[in-house]
Design a protein around this ligand. Structure first.
Ligand code: UDP
Length: 241
């Protein structure tokens, strides 16, 4: 089931449901795109119809962030769970290790994708890594990167190029990549490789993870400033209309 949030379709499911969907995509062996939607992306999608279209054409859209859950509640269509990119990476790595699915890691600074893959393999020794490549390639190198991924024949592509770059890249090259599950996972590799620390569980629980990340990486300020505008847009649309 999908709900409509500010013109964007979001899947109403929990992690178990998301994993089941991914398993279905791999069984079907057709290229599919997964978007973990956060409030910034939903906000920008209002201004950029092309981005809205990419999200609406994705085969699975999960609610990444409490802001999306809150907006869904305001819209009168509450969602069952938050499914972040990094939680999906961990859960899919575990499931992939059990199922024998092969994962390609694309993104972050040189060396980080390999490091993230190695960390996941430490936890799940049976995890098969199809390949890894950094996310700072030039436009002229793009077709080489696509060929590399295509030839590695992964079941899952974790694209950690940041939003919305990773969504634009996977949507544009979905057929050429020919990977059953392409997922944009933002800064997950940096966290898994230990380059950026995730906030402790109690901070996550009181929904202040975003504030902790902002303090760690002040360059996120301009992004954080989108949040009050997002809140206002949601209130205007669903409460004041
Ligand atoms: N990144 C990349 N290529 C780029 C720009 C960014 O691989 O051209 C990586 C960056 O190194 C980081 C991730 O993309 O690992 C973006 O992380 P962020 O936390 O900003 O993700 P978001 O929250 O935007 O999804």
């Amino acid at each position: 089931m999908k709900i409509n949030l500010l013109g964007v379709q979001v899947d109403s499911l929990d992690m178990a449901g998301a994993l089941e969907k991914v398993a279905g995509f791999i069984a079907a062996q057709k290229p599919r795109q997964v978007v973990t939607l956060n409030p910034e992306m939903l906000f920008y999608a209002q201004q950029k119809p092309a981005l809205k279209e990419i999200i609406n054409q994705a085969h699975l859209v999960t609610a990444d962030g409490v802001g999306i859950l809150w907006a869904a509640k305001m819209a009168g269509t509450p969602l069952p769970a938050r499914i972040t990119g990094i939680d999906l990476v961990w859960c899919l790595a575990q499931k992939a290790a059990g199922e024998g699915w092969r994962i390609f890691f694309l993104g972050a600074l040189p060396g980080v994708a390999e490091e993230a893959a190695a960390q996941l393999q430490k936890h799940y020794p049976n995890l098969k890594v199809a390949g890894a490549f950094h996310g700072y390639f030039q436009p002229t190198e793009e077709s080489g990167v696509i060929t590399k991924i295509r030839q590695a024949q992964p079941d899952i592509l974790f694209a950690a190029l940041g939003a919305p770059k990773q969504e634009v890249f996977t949507a544009r090259h979905l057929r050429a990549l020919n990977v059953p599950v392409c997922i944009g996972v933002g800064g997950s590799f940096d966290v898994i490789a230990g380059r950026v620390k995730r906030m402790p569980p109690w901070v996550q629980k009181i929904h202040l993870e975003w504030l902790g990340r902002l303090l760690q990486e002040p360059k996120r300020l301009s992004r954080a400033l989108v949040l009050p505008r997002f809140v206002w847009l949601v209130l205007k649309t669903y409460r004041l209309a």
